[in-house]
Design a protein around this ligand. Structure first.
Ligand SMILES: *Cc1c(COP(=O)(O)O)cnc(C)c1O
Length: 339
């Protein structure tokens, strides 16, 4: 039997820099970003701040570091922060929100739909002040799109109500926007429409946009000055980072391409449903399928050269720029021929 070429649906982080991106990286103008400010990193940071509608931005090596920096700046040790159940900051960052940022995590049930919490839930959890030994709740962490619930989107009106609820109860707001670009493209809105009222936001360049490394954390100029210190503390200050930022700049030119990933997610869903799978309609580039035996299904798929991963007890397929529509068709053909 001939080996089937692997089709990698595990994550949009598997995207590799293409020729144009590698060329831009090799041609990047650079300087020591710790001593001065690398010109290409500066360019990237200004462009992202502009796209997100905030004052300033800071390149960071990873989304996890971007979130950790924001939480470290926002939280005093022992402060409680709220986040929707399944949030990346709660479940997938090694507990650094507590371990390093010193926060007391409080998951909110997703009572407003997949990955989405209601303003009332925020108000109730933020609560009123009690005796002096009561926990201080000081931060709301939102996530758009919400990864664990299958890339679900929070609409701008809903976002605005959550931000108001946070403000009324004295909470700051951090937005984990690892896939904010996907939410913006799905809604046909500029990314800045989804950051209204937040204090800080983190966006990834290394997922659907295809850069090999990098995220950006953004907010006010005073936040970014503080964030730069925390980044250095965490070992995230880099020298000639322009070679990495150049890849991010190319990625930003490709935001609109995410629409193709979303179309491919719909094609995959339709094909799986025709094969009798139980799949929720995808809102962006993530497809979650409920199966009776997760491990068995993932192993079976792997034998077909279709790599998927587990997420929230389901099979997770992530569409990205290194999977073309033909690859989706081919994956469906393999799954169909085996069932
Ligand atoms: C991927 C991801 C992150 C972290 O990004 P890394 O670069 O992998 O550290 C944070 N939040 C969400 C929602 C993510 O999907």
């Amino acid at each position: 039997m001939t080996q089937l070429a692997p089709l990698d649906f595990r994550s949009d982080t598997v995207t590799r820099p293409d020729e144009a991106m590698r060329l831009a990286m090799s041609a990047a103008e650079v300087a020591d970003d710790v001593l001065d400010h690398d010109p290409t990193m500066k360019l990237l940071e200004e462009r992202v701040a502009d796209l997100l509608g905030v004052e300033a931005a800071l390149w960071v090596p990873s989304g996890s570091m971007g979130n950790l920096i924001a939480l470290t700046v926002h939280l005093r040790p022992g402060d409680r922060f709220l986040a929707p159940r399944g949030a990346h900051v709660l479940d997938n960052e090694l507990g650094t929100a507590a371990w390093i940022a010193g926060g007391m995590p409080h998951p909110l049930e997703c009572d407003a739909g997949p990955g989405r919490v209601s303003p009332d839930a925020v108000r109730a959890a933020a609560g009123t002040s009690g005796p002096y030994y009561t926990l201080r709740t000081t931060l709301l962490c939102l996530e758009n799109t919400h990864n664990a619930s299958g890339g679900s989107v929070t609409q701008p009106d809903e976002h605005a109500l959550l931000v108001s609820a946070a403000r009324e109860t004295g909470l700051r707001v951090h937005l984990d926007g690892a896939r904010l670009w996907n939410a913006a493209v799905a809604l046909g809105l500029p990314p800045a429409a989804l950051t209204v009222g937040v204090d800080t936001v983190q966006v990834c360049l290394s997922k659907g946009l295809g850069a090999p490394v990098g995220s950006v954390v953004a907010g006010s100029s005073s936040f970014v000055a503080e964030a730069r210190r925390v980044r250095k503390m965490l070992g995230g200050g880099v020298r000639q980072g322009g070679v990495l930022a150049a890849a991010g700049l190319i990625g930003l030119d490709r935001i609109d391409d995410l629409a193709q990933d979303h179309a491919n997610a719909r094609t995959l869903t339709q094909g799986l449903v025709e094969l009798g799978w139980l799949v929720d309609p995808p809102e962006t580039n993530i497809v979650l399928a409920g199966v009776p035996d997760l491990e068995r299904t993932l192993t079976g798929l792997r034998h077909l050269g279709v790599y998927a991963g587990p997420m929230a007890g389901k099979v997770r397929f992530v569409l990205h720029r290194d999977l073309r529509t033909e690859d989706v068709t081919e994956a469906l053909r393999r799954i169909g021929s085996a069932s």
